[in-house]
Write a protein that binds this ligand. Sequence first.
Ligand SMILES: Cc1ncc(COP(=O)(O)O)c(C=O)c1O
Length: 406
Amino acid sequence: MRPGAVQHDTSFESLPAYQEILMDRRIGPALGFTNPYYRLHEARAGVTTTIDGRELLNFASYDYLALNGHPEVIAAHREAADRYGTSVSASRITAGERLVHRDLEAALAELYQADDGALFVSGHATAASIIETILGPKDLLIHDSLIHNCVVVGAKGARCQRKSFRHNDLDDLESYLTLTRHLFDRVLIVSEGLFSMDGDGPDLFRLVEIKERFQAWLMMDEAHALGVIGATGKGIAEHAGLDPQRVDIWFGTLSKALVGCGGYVCGCQALIDILKARAPGLVYSVGMPAPVAAASLKALEIMRREPQRVAVLQANGAHFAAGARARGLDIGTSWGFGVTPVILGTDIRTFRLAQDLEQHGVYVFPVIAPGVPQGSSRVRFFLSAAHDTAQIDAALDAVVTLLDRQ
Ligand SMILES: Cc1ncc(COP(=O)(O)O)c(C=O)c1O
């Protein structure tokens, strides 16, 4: 060290994030909470899961159509592994593709009546990559205030302007665009088909009308909408009765209803061509393992073949939402499909309820800020086509009993 030189702390322990983590680790046990993060599940998490040797009724996994572990999905996965191995061992642009990549992209594109589709190895990286590829410093990204983190990260990479409008408040979106549209070259509006924390969605017709009038693009995140809403699970366009071609970018994940891992984008040929040539998460990242693509392709095929799965999921979602409301629980603006929160407000009530429910044999996950706005902490229930109404009623009764005791 030179005499008089400024000293720099190179320890990771000095980072503010680490100090916050240490604080949480002290506070949780002091309040009697066990750490709810990174729990070890000892078997497949379906309608039930096993933690610490105990079987629990599970409402914390987004296996909406109950296809995780389905024999046909497992068989498709196994066949692809036998044929192609477990990795494609480089990015598809260099190491080439496997037929199953193309088949899955074509099946997804057909679902959205789009020209083409592209797969990414991560859902999060899909959105981030799309945004950083198509937007730049002269552009605006405007999104619903409850949008997923992957969109915010994309805006950072694009170095575009970023603004949010109040949740599902399209008057707010319209006012902002009226005032500012002329300041930007390109504008991308982003919303979700079904919001992952609140279980509601936007007025898609009005969103499309606004994006057309203001000459913007619209990207819809279908992560929690595919397989969940619309009469046959085709998502928000089917739910709203809108021609999917009126939306510029359909983006979603394979990790929910399609029981795989990774993300997809569907749209016009030029968009997909650009992404396949430039999107960092595609060009500079390994291709999706063929077994994963095969599993999701099979799950999509089953979803199309067995629309009753979607119908049962929707009936379960409606039963949960109606039952929660009837018991006086605050479920916010949930539409009552695959995800519905029970909003408790404070972190302490939320952690306590999640922990008490687990002791009672029901596993749900507590969600606090920054995952949701401060003051709206909640336990979030994911429904599946494999739950039955007795299980849903038992979980709701447990919530009411345990909240009464708090
Ligand atoms: C709304 C939404 N979009 C994107 C993602 C990212 O998807 P993945 O987890 O498949 O990377 C998630 C993940 O939970 C999500 O909830």
